[in-house]
Design a protein around this ligand. Structure first.
Ligand SMILES: Nc1ncnc2c1ncn2[C@@H]1O[C@H](COP(=O)(O)OP(=O)(O)O)[C@@H](O)[C@H]1O
Ligand SMILES: [Mg+2]
Length: 261
């Protein structure tokens, strides 16, 4: 031991094969407590596959995950969730015809014991939902509103509230702003920063440099299924990161930038 705490989550030598397809090979990275890590890369670079491994949806073909210094294996998203790792999916996966509070606690509702039965304590679930949303500064008129009546940004916020309702240590978001109206993007990015203030680590996949440069502490780039580059945000630039997405480094960065103009 050298006295420094291990990162919250580390991935070592991760590979993922789908039959003959190599989606990931020798991927290494870490995320610290309360750190916001941006993950960038071209379509097909392996970003979503990597996040599905971290969140227990896929198991790695090779390599290991290390949580708080201990090797872990997640056989399912449920196991990852139990360890404090939550994924917010691109389609939010909310039940549109159910109220906000039920979406937040779905399957994990507070209960009242009635002899051998446990029934859902709706009053308590409503109160818990309201207080959790207030904590995160998420504005909704009523926790009884159905999520299908919310804007895209509000639905995204409810999905994030659900992900953080139970002691999440790490929330993974795959393109959280891709489907949002421009005016809603800022609110979701502010929410990510607020999670950080609450000590929650966030991994955000995004193609938008505005997202990355607004809320991340560090950025890593994948290219063709493996690590390509990484940097603290303060030590890189939009042009450089855009270059990484296209698989270029160093002197070619201005060229990369020109091609995107
Ligand atoms: N379930 C799957 N079956 C077969 N190939 C897959 C599967 N999921 C992803 N891939 C392949 O793995 C590679 C990485 O995909 P993905 O992780 O979705 O990339 P990204 O999210 O960076 O766009 C791609 O070549 C993709 O076609
Ligand atoms: Mg993807």
């Amino acid at each position: 031991m050298n006295g420094t705490a291990p990162p919250l989550l580390e991935a070592r030598g991760i590979a993922k094969y789908f039959g003959a397809i190599t989606a990931l090979h020798d991927v290494n990275f870490h995320v610290g407590r309360g750190e916001v890590l941006g993950v960038v890369g071209d379509n097909g670079a392996g970003k979503s596959t990597l996040m599905k491994i971290l969140s227990g949806l896929y198991q790695p073909s090779e390599g290991e995950l290390v949580l708080d210094g201990r090797p872990v294996r997640f056989a399912s998203p449920k196991e990852a969730r139990r360890a404090g790792i939550e994924m917010v999916y691109q389609d939010f996966a909310l039940a549109g015809n159910m109220p906000i509070y039920e979406n937040i606690y779905m399957g994990r509702e507070p209960g009242i014991k009635l002899g051998p039965l446990t029934i859902i304590d709706h009053k308590k679930a409503r109160e818990m939902a309201r207080s959790h949303l207030d904590n995160l500064h998420i504005n909704v008129k009523s926790v009884d509103q159905n999520t299908e009546d919310l804007s895209g940004g509000q639905r995204q916020a409810v999905a994030i509230a659900r992900a953080t309702a139970f002691h999440a240590q790490l929330v993974i978001m795959d393109e959280p702003t891709a489907a949002l109206a421009i005016k809603e993007v800022g609110k979701v990015l502010d929410l990510i920063r607020r999670l950080k203030d609450h000590g929650v680590a966030v991994i955000i996949i995004s193609h938008r440099m505005d997202d990355i440069f607004y809320c991340c502490d560090r950025v890593i780039a994948l290219y063709q299924g493996t690590n390509f580059a990484e940097s603290p945000l303060a030590a890189t630039s939009r042009n450089e990161v855009i270059g990484w997405i296209m698989g270029t480094k160093g002197h070619t960065e201005s060229l990369a930038h020109d091609r995107l103009q």
